[in-house]
Design a protein around this ligand. Structure first.
Ligand code: G3P
Ligand code: CA
Length: 328
């Protein structure tokens, strides 16, 4: 049996790689995540000028690459409005893959993860194809997210067609394939559900609304999508909700956890799995209840019945899981 075939719930999804230990969205971060026990590796996906899917959290790449030091690209610095927000910098869709490959990744949050800055300048921006090669070689799943799907469609670089093409070319087929496709928007998941039976994940944040709803004038918020009717609608096109963990247990004004909501049970009743994000070791991110005890946070959320967690520290997630059930 393969490693992916041996996975037992809750699954551990390496959030942009082992991002607590290496700069996110690099092959080094993904490889370490696999070594530390991740079941799935998560690339956020944006696209290049020549239509290649690459792993970055944003299409504006000044925060996570050394592009600002590349004088040959200085003239391409520009300002755009992405999902309603003004962004100034350099955008993946203005560069060919060959050009992006001359850049090197750097740590996103050096003020919290200064130890990761020793890796700044070492690794390239990986393509989805390179990430799939690694995942298949190591026998783990992939968990790609379509970033800014309405925006990319508006500039003639829709993500969905190349994503399905590369998944098909790499033999991801059927409802049990080791892949989940996720989006914070709704309409592109609804579209994907007409084109594939691969598992789809509706991401739900703890505030705001899907940006395609903003564009279409749909007033519903993410909170509306967590109601019984909202969950029933999601279940028509997706198999999983990927939730901000605050939607499961919120914090009070002092950072202390409140009582759990009923969302895990409600989602399960609607036939949906629940994957929660994002779990991080640093006290900076932890509720006051778990300062110095990140494994305890996993144990609490696992006790609610979540089916998976997105983690920057897959080894800590494994530790939390080991207290719930035997490691497989
Ligand atoms: O994709 C779910 C999780 O990764 C949270 O979203 O991409 O903003 O970190 P993101
Ligand atoms: Ca993501």
């Amino acid at each position: 049996m393969t490693r992916t075939g041996q996975n037992t719930a809750p699954i551990i999804i390496a959030h942009r790689g082992a991002s607590g230990y290496r700069p996110e969205h690099t092959l080094a971060a993904y490889e370490l995540a696999i070594d530390l026990g991740a079941d799935y590796i998560e690339p956020d996906l944006v696209i290049t000028k020549d239509g290649v899917l690459v792993a970055r959290h944003e299409n504006e790449i000044s925060q996570t690459t050394d592009i600002a030091t590349h004088r040959e690209f200085a003239h391409r610095r520009t300002t755009k409005i992405i999902d309603g927000e003004v962004k100034n910098g350099w955008f993946t869709e203005d560069f060919t893959l060959a050009e992006l490959k001359t850049l090197k990744a750097k740590e996103r949050i050096p003020q919290v993860r200064s130890h990761n800055t020793v890796y700044d300048g070492l690794w390239e921006i990986p393509t989805l194809s390179e990430i799939i090669d690694l995942a298949q070689r190591k026998d783990v799943g992939i968990y790609p997210e379509t970033k800014h799907p309405s925006y990319f469609q508006s500039v003639g670089l829709a993500l969905e067609t190349p994503l399905l093409a590369i998944l098909s070319a790499n033999n991801y087929q059927g409802t049990q394939a080791p892949v989940y496709i996720q989006s914070f928007e709704v309409s592109n998941l609804q579209y994907l559900s007409t084109k594939t039976v691969l598992p789809l994940v509706q991401l739900l944040n703890d505030s705001g609304q899907p940006y395609d709803f903003v564009i279409s004038g749909d007033a519903r918020t993410y909170a509306d999508l967590t109601t019984a009717s909202g969950l029933a609608e999601i279940a028509e096109y997706a198999q999983v909700i990927g939730v901000n963990k605050n939607l499961l247990i919120n914090k009070d004004s002092r950072g202390k956890l409140r009582s759990p909501t009923s969302l895990v049970n409600d989602a399960h009743a609607a036939g949906l799995l629940v994957h929660a994000w994002t779990f991080r070791n640093e006290d900076f991110f932890l509720a006051t209840d778990f300062q110095g005890n990140p494994a305890g946070e996993y144990e609490l959320f696992f006790s609610l019945g979540v089916d998976g967690v997105f983690s920057d520290f897959p080894d800590t997630a494994r530790m939390g899981k080991s207290h719930q059930s035997p490691i497989t």
